[in-house]
Write a protein that binds this ligand. Sequence first.
Ligand SMILES: C[S@@+](CC[C@H](N)C(=O)[O-])C[C@H]1O[C@@H](n2cnc3c(N)ncnc32)[C@H](O)[C@@H]1O
Length: 260
Amino acid sequence: MPKTSPHNEKIVDQHTRQASSYAQLTQSMSGQIRAPRHVAIGARPDDILLDIACGPGSLTLELAPHVARATGLDITPAMLDEARAAQARSGVQNVEWVQGDAARLPFADGSFSLVTCSAAFHHFEHPARILAEMTRVCRSGGRIVVSDVTPDADKAQAYDRMEMMRDPSHRHAHCIPELAELGYELELGEAVTQSSLAGPMAYEAVLDTSFPEQWSRADLLELMREDAVSGADRNGFKAQIADGKVLVTYPMSTIIWTRP
Ligand SMILES: C[S@@+](CC[C@H](N)C(=O)[O-])C[C@H]1O[C@@H](n2cnc3c(N)ncnc32)[C@H](O)[C@@H]1O
């Protein structure tokens, strides 16, 4: 186990409990029609890929057949167990899995040509340090790709509050200008940004993957239902009701920098 912090202990605790249900959720979502991510990201046959905070490895395994070699890194051993099981099912060979903290990547400078991070920046205690680490291990001319939920700026506070109630390891969902600023601070230059929506999906399915500490599932469902009924989208999830079920939609963005 790498040197850790109370926040990282919370990350590992939550993601150990979430590992199996989260892996199932991401598998079921990969069956939905969506533009292939290797195209959107621009993966190339000679790329050496590092996917940090890889979780059950859905992005790593999706990109691996389109690159030369891939490495998935995560801090939670149970997530890496799910990733290894998914790799065995997929038959993909050119992947290795490493346990570690993204804030201290155990790789030499410039080891990779494509460094990705999906659906994890909102968990990070030190997002600027982690983007700096992604940059350090990416060679000149390589790409650094951050994909995450990006609420509108005027809803970010309410969004974070709802997510922390559901998952105490949530820290902060960056809006697009905040992510762009992190890259600007590292002099990464102009980024390409692609935005999309994930959903609508049943909020109950999201709650199935969640282990809140102070709030019940019924409390959270009721809060989201109230927002849906109000029609005001105060929480930034575009909550709506269909066939009596509360549906949520996540505003996602992918930011791609080329390392100078
Ligand atoms: C919501 S999951 C996302 C998994 C995957 N990237 C995906 O797109 O489905 C967040 C993952 O981030 C990992 N994580 C959080 N903080 C981390 C850190 N500091 N270093 C490495 N992994 C971390 C967690 O263990 C978890 O597997």
